[in-house]
Unconditional design. Structure first.
Length: 403
């Protein structure tokens, strides 16, 4: 199908809630994708942090093919083999507890919030429902997760938001100390904020939240939807910090490209829900769980978290060199292969310029160029990406000076 026809059909038959680049992607392999005209791109966005194992990984493809040939969906009225196997695997990789499976990041956060409130309600404290989140956070687009998302523009036109949500400044422990009380049910935080512009939490902030949660019996939720699954150099970002959450949410890269979300409740947080309390038709189905198990095999078998750390350092060093001396660059922030370059001006146009040079990246929080490449990225590919980013930033900075 010609690009123009695909775009025309999209405009006619698909709700226009996305701003899309004018290209049609047809296939991928490792860190590369190809459009329908055969043009190759170095994919440093990986479907927004989803394809951590790279595109079309043969082991994930084989597991999906095999599972769909056996049974794809069972509903949660019956047991299947893959869901408990995935629960066991995630728990063994993180902390003792239990998993709940859903289909996306927003649903995982929704479930985590419900879990926190339910535990207090069950203990006779139904008025304990406030959820604290932080500036720069993004937790999803369904109402609970949206109410916890700090950026109000995501909420505009969709009000009223559910009550019981409060946003505090990120990395400001004193503000949290002053705000928590007998009304607080949960604190939800991304150990490394993604959409907010790649902002790592201060280690002392996460440690302080852990202490406050312990003192006040608050559920500490780590949203690792974007920063989990090896992205930051450890399988889970909290392991880098050495701070345990009560509840961790996952999605994005967990299914190797198939939609799956998970909530891991540590210890007693895994015991809160009873039959009928919460659920979803597709959650934890055999197909997505088989994909996730194969994805975990690849992440572990190919040491991709370690690779994210190593190649992330190469990428950051190369970016520093490529961007050296440019006043347009405020800061480069990174954790493993989660990299943000904050500019002094809006970065949206640079995304298109990079695409025209064969590199896929995006811009978040208005002025942060973000790279979330597959963790299979090679050092040579990291250098190539840095050179293109350096080129487009320098060109844009020069154009602004002469304007
Ligand atoms: C940290 C974080 N939480 C939640 C979400 C929502 O995930 P989903 O788009 O799968 O609903 C995202 C998506 O970007 C995210 O980055």
């Amino acid at each position: 199908m010609a690009i123009a026809d695909a775009i025309a059909d999209d405009r006619a038959y698909v709700m226009q809630n996305y701003g899309r680049a004018p290209m049609v992607l047809a296939r991928g392999e490792g860190a590369y994708v190809w459009d329908t005209e055969g043009r190759r791109y170095l994919d440093c966005l990986a479907g927004i942090g989803v394809m951590n194992v790279g595109h079309a990984h043969p082991a994930v493809a084989a597991a999906v093919r095999e599972q769909i040939g056996q049974i794809a969906h069972t509903s949660n009225l019956y047991y299947n083999e893959t869901q408990p196997a995935l629960g066991r695997r995630l728990v063994s990789l993180s902390f003792p507890g239990r998993a709940f499976f859903c289909n996306s990041g927003t649903e995982a956060n929704e479930a985590a919030i419900k879990l926190a409130r339910k535990r207090h309600a069950k203990a006779g404290r139904p008025d304990r429902y406030e959820v604290i989140s932080f500036t720069g956070s993004f937790h999803g687009r369904t109402y609970g997760s949206l109410a916890a998302t700090a950026e109000v523009h995501y909420q505009e036109g969709f009000g009223p938001m559910p009550e019981g949500f409060r946003v505090l400044p990120f990395n400001d422990l004193d503000a949290v100390r002053a705000a928590v009380g007998p009304q607080t049910a949960a604190i939800i935080v991304e150990p490394v904020q993604g959409e907010g512009g790649v902002n790592p939490a201060d280690p002392a902030f996460l440690r302080g939240l852990r202490d406050l949660a312990d003192q006040h019996d608050i559920c500490l939720i780590f949203d690792e939807v974007q920063c989990g699954m090896g992205r930051t150099g450890r399988m889970f970002a909290h392991q880098k910090y050495g701070v345990l959450p009560d509840v961790m949410t996952l999605a994005k890269a967990l299914g190797g490209g198939l939609p799956i979300g998970a909530v891991i409740g540590r210890g007693e947080w895994g015991d809160v829900l009873s039959p009928g309390d919460h659920g979803t038709t597709f959650g934890g189905g055999p197909l997505v769980c088989a994909a996730a198990l194969a994805t975990l095999d690849v992440l572990e078998g190919e040491n991709l978290p370690e690779r994210a750390e190593r190649v992330g350092n190469v990428l950051v060093e190369a970016l520093k060199k490529a961007l050296a001396g440019l006043d347009a660059v405020k800061e480069i922030r990174a954790s493993g292969l989660m990299v943000g370059i904050e500019l002094t001006f809006p970065g949206r146009d640079l995304v298109e310029q990079a695409r025209q040079k064969g590199l896929l990246i995006n811009c978040t929080a208005g002025s942060v160029i973000r790279l979330l490449p597959p963790l299979v990225l090679t050092e040579a590919q990291a250098s190539e990406a840095a050179a293109i980013v350096g080129d487009v930033v320098a060109t844009a900075a020069k154009a602004r000076l002469s304007a």
